[in-house]
Each structure stands twice: as structure tokens, then as C-alpha cells.
Design a protein around this ligand. Structure first.
Ligand SMILES: Nc1ncnc2c1ncn2[C@@H]1O[C@H](COP(=O)(O)OP(=O)(O)OP(=O)(O)O)[C@@H](O)[C@H]1O
Ligand SMILES: [Mg+2]
Length: 457
């Protein structure tokens, strides 16, 4: 497999090197040969190699030292050791220290070529993984989280300050406000970014399985445990564990999890030994966890452990200033994914998008935009490309500068807006309170105060 980077070969047998280099060139592999390992090391600090092939026993410097130099100067290069008679044991040692393979002298050139090609493949694979990892990191980079509103700027500010710590973080926000996105951004902005980010939805896993999912289990720990599993917490070691819907964690699990946060130790189900772990814990909840504490469904001590820092992610309807940027960003992203140019948005469609209250927040907006791009016929998204429940908002709702006279009182505006939202959600009061961003009690009080009545069917 041809590689854009050359191969370095180090051996004190000059004649062998000359022939080998010519042989490799015939197979399309560029190589640079060195009879003096010290010269090779100088080259390592100047240019990059895909593979380094080094003899073990050489005057001036051993192959082991060469390997060490490669590790620090050429971390991307794959190393093959050439061993003379009797130095196989030392080659095995080299492999323990990170060499990819070894080949014993005397070897024939075809054999050498096979091993080298495998190493080149390994290098290409490593490059690919590194690039993929970078693109994932980019996707969750700060720059892709849109928000110039004051509450979002506050969120960014806190992320910047805590990314380099191990502080436990609690993210609170309605569905679709970006909790998981922020959790990943925290992971990728800090020193754990090359270690795993592991997410679990505590509400989606049956209570009986949650413990072994998190803590792992020994073979035979329970019926069905046919193999040993190390569990997600151990998999997340040195990385980040994201506990989504933490409020749904059963009380029995909460007690066990609290112990992990106190001692950073994990004991698998059915196991007798514990394992130390180092994870950063980010948890998320759609509802205010302190309410669960009041109701007695969430342990208070665990609550205080988890929310050393709490980030409140505001719903979209409370940050209208972010809408234009978000719409542009989502249009660009969705269009790029479909291999198109980002379309414009017609005035009426934009009007409807800006007036709709977006109970599903950014995720809902994202879906509506993706759908609209697919449906749009021309270079513009029209009102008919939006789902009906969004489209009906075009030009009908309140707007400070359009719908009302300058003499309208604030109370009138509030009354009419509450009425409109109630109609929109078909008089489901809980949903209306959510949409309005007020609690239910406040809504009931206002309904009474303003004498708002549901029309009888
Ligand atoms: N500020 C933002 N900028 C850009 N994209 C965002 C932003 N907030 C959310 N998104 C996008 O919206 C979608 C939903 O975000 P995410 O999955 O993080 O929400 P969530 O709070 O975890 O929702 P749920 O509670 O329903 O799981 C994702 O595709 C994410 O990329
Ligand atoms: Mg989520």
C-alpha cells in the first residue's frame, strides 16, 4: 500500500540497505536508509515517517533506544525491529514497548515486504482513526454550539472554566436544549478528549440491568451473565461518563452510585475486588432535580455531589436572539449533509419559525429545517415546506411592533398571549405552562385573574 510518507530503515549493513531500498522502490515504497542510528534520530526531529525499521544490535545506539526516540519524536510512526540470531527475546521486549512486529535475519525480501506492507496498513489505519477523532472533536467544538444570548454566553463561560477540572456537572434543560451536546463539548474541550466519552440513559435501562451496565459483572453473577463484562464506568476510565435522565435512576442505584463518587471505586456485580477509576461525571436532567429531592425520589446527598456546578440550559423561546444564528447554522449543516447549497427562507416561513414557541427546542427546530430542505422545490424554503402546526404561526401572533397599538397595556398583551398559547396546545394547561416558561400554579392564577375560559365544545 503506497503511503505519502517514506519508510526509514536503520541497519549497519550498508550493502543490505542498498539492495533493500532498490527492491522496495520497485514496489512503489519510498525509503530512506541509515547506517548510523544517531543520524536517523536527527532525521526524526526534522521529517515524518510512516514506518521505522530498525536493527536491534548496532554500534552507537541500540534498536531499543531508537524505538524510544521514535515514540517521542515520531509518535505516529509504526516500528518494526530486525533481529539477528539470538536476539528474538529482545525483539519480544521491543514489542512490549510498542514495536509493531519484528523480522529475523536472515530474511528474504518478499517476507520483508509482507511485514512492511502490514505496518504501512497499520499506519494508514491509525491516521484514519486520528482524523475521525478530530472530526468528532470538531463537531462538538465550542464553535459549533450557537448562542450569543446572555444565558448561552454564561454557559460558554462556565464550560471554559471547568473543562480542565474533574468537577461533577449537572446540566438541566428541557428536551432538545443541547444537554448532550454541551456534555460532549465539555469532554472535548478538556484534557480527557482522547479518552472515551460514554453516555447512558438512566431512564431507558431496566432497573435490573442498570447496575451491571454501569459496574460490570463477573461471569455467572446472574442468569444470563455468560461472560464477564467490565461495565461502562470502567470503560469510561480517564474519560467522561454522561448520565442522562439522572432523575430516573432508581433509589437503590443512587446509593451505589454515591459510593462511586465518594471513593472512585467500582465493584462488579458478583465480584469481590474493586477497581479504581478516574472519570469525570456529567449528568443531565429535564426537570429540576431539587423537586425530586423534595418528593423523596432522589437522594439529597447524591444531588449535592452531582451538582457541584449546575448549568441551566435555557429553552429556545427564552433566547430569541439566538434564533437567526441557529437557523443559519442548521440550514448550512443540513444542506451540507444533503450535498446542497443552503436555501434561503421566505419571509412568511421565517415569520412562522420565529413566532413558533418550539417546545422541543433546538432538536425540533433542527428536524423542521431538515424536513423543509427536503421538501423545498426551489432555492427557497416556503411556508408550505413547514409542518402545519408551525406554518399556522405565520403572521398571526403577537408582535410588539406590529399587532398592538402603542397604548395596549402589558396585561392585555399577557392575557392575549396566554389565550393564544392555550388554544395552540388545545388547553393542555401543563403544556401551556411549559411553553410559557412559567409554573402551573402561576398559570392557574393568571387564568383566574384574567377570567380566561375554555370554550365549551
Ligand atoms: N446551541 C446549539 N447550537 C447548535 N446546535 C444545537 C444547540 N443546542 C442543541 N443543538 C442541536 O440540537 C440537537 C439536540 O441537542 P441534544 O441532543 O444535545 O439535546 P438534549 O438536551 O440532550 O435533548 P433530550 O433531553 O431530548 O435528550 C442536537 O442535534 C444538537 O446538535
Ligand atoms: Mg439528550
Amino acid at each position: 500500500m503506497p503511503s505519502p510518507l517514506p519508510v526509514a530503515i536503520i541497519d549497519d549493513d550498508q550493502e543490505m540497505l542498498r539492495v533493500l531500498a532498490r527492491f522496495l522502490q520497485k514496489h512503489g515504497i519510498e525509503s530512506e536508509t541509515y547506517t548510523d542510528p544517531r543520524k536517523a534520530v536527527v532525521a526524526f526531529s526534522e521529517k515524518r515517517f510512516a514506518v521505522v525499521v530498525s536493527d536491534v544490535q548496532m554500534p552507537g545506539m541500540s534498536g531499543h533506544e531508537v524505538l524510544e526516540q521514535v515514540k517521542s519524536l515520531q509518535p505516529g510512526a509504526v516500528v518494526i525491529m530486525i533481529t539477528g540470531f539470538g536476539s528474538v527475546r529482545s525483539a519480544v521486549q521491543a514489542m512490549r514497548n510498542g514495536a509493531f512486529d519484528y523480522i529475523s535475519k536472515p530474511f528474504d525480501y518478499d517476507e520483508f515486504l509482507t511485514v512492511l506492507q502490514k505496518a504501512l496498513q497499520q499506519h494508514a489505519l491509525q491516521q484514519e482513526v486520528a482524523e475521525l477523532r478530530k472530526s468528532v472533536q470538531n463537531r462538538y467544538a465550542f464553535g459549533n454550539i450557537i448562542g450569543k444570548s446572555v444565558p448561552m454566553q454564561k454557559v460558554f463561560d462556565v464550560i471554559g472554566r471547568i473543562a480542565h477540572t474533574r468537577t461533577n456537572i449537572l446540566l438541566v434543560g428541557e428536551s432538545g436544549t443541547g444537554k448532550e451536546m454541551i456534555a460532549r463539548a465539555i469532554h472535548y474541550a478538556g484534557p480527557r478528549k482522547d479518552a472515551p466519552f460514554i453516555a447512558i440513559n438512566c431512564g431507558a435501562i431496566p432497573e435490573s440491568l442498570l447496575e451491571s451496565e454501569l459496574f460490570g459483572h463477573e461471569r455467572g453473577a446472574y442468569t444470563g451473565a455468560v461472560t464477564r463484562e467490565r461495565g461502562l464506568l470502567v470503560s469510561a476510565d480517564t474519560g467522561t461518563m454522561f448520565l442522562d435522565e439522572i432523575g430516573d435512576m432508581p433509589l437503590s442505584m443512587q446509593t451505589k452510585f454515591l459510593r462511586v463518587l465518594e471513593d472512585w471505586e467500582v465493584r462488579p456485580v458478583g465480584g469481590s475486588t474493586v477497581r479504581k477509576i478516574d472519570v469525570r461525571v456529567v449528568s443531565a436532567s429535564k426537570t429540576d432535580l431539587s423537586k425530586c429531592v423534595e418528593r423523596g425520589t432522589f437522594r439529597e446527598d447524591l444531588y449535592y455531589r452531582l451538582n457541584v456546578v449546575t448549568l441551566d440550559l435555557p429553552p429556545l423561546r427564552e433566547r430569541a436572539e439566538d434564533m437567526p444564528l441557529l437557523i443559519a447554522h442548521l440550514l448550512r449543516r443540513a444542506a451540507a449533509e444533503q450535498g446542497r447549497e443552503a436555501p434561503r427562507v421566505s419571509r412568511e416561513a421565517m415569520d412562522a419559525i420565529l413566532r413558533f414557541p418550539w417546545p422541543g427546542n433546538v432538536r425540533e427546530l433542527e428536524h423542521v429545517i431538515e424536513r423543509a430542505i427536503i421538501l423545498a422545490e426551489g432555492p427557497e424554503i416556503a411556508l408550505r415546506d413547514l409542518p402545519p402546526h408551525v406554518a399556522t404561526h405565520a403572521g398571526q401572533a403577537v408582535s410588539a411592533s406590529e399587532g398592538y397599538a402603542a397604548t395596549t397595556t402589558l396585561e392585555d398583551v399577557e392575557k392575549q398571549h396566554i389565550l393564544r398559547v392555550l388554544e395552540h396546545v388545545e388547553w393542555k394547561r401543563a403544556l401551556a405552562a411549559d411553553t410559557l416558561g412559567i409554573n402551573r400554579r402561576t398559570l392557574y392564577r393568571k387564568i383566574q385573574e384574567y377570567g380566561i375560559e375554555e370554550p365549551s365544545p
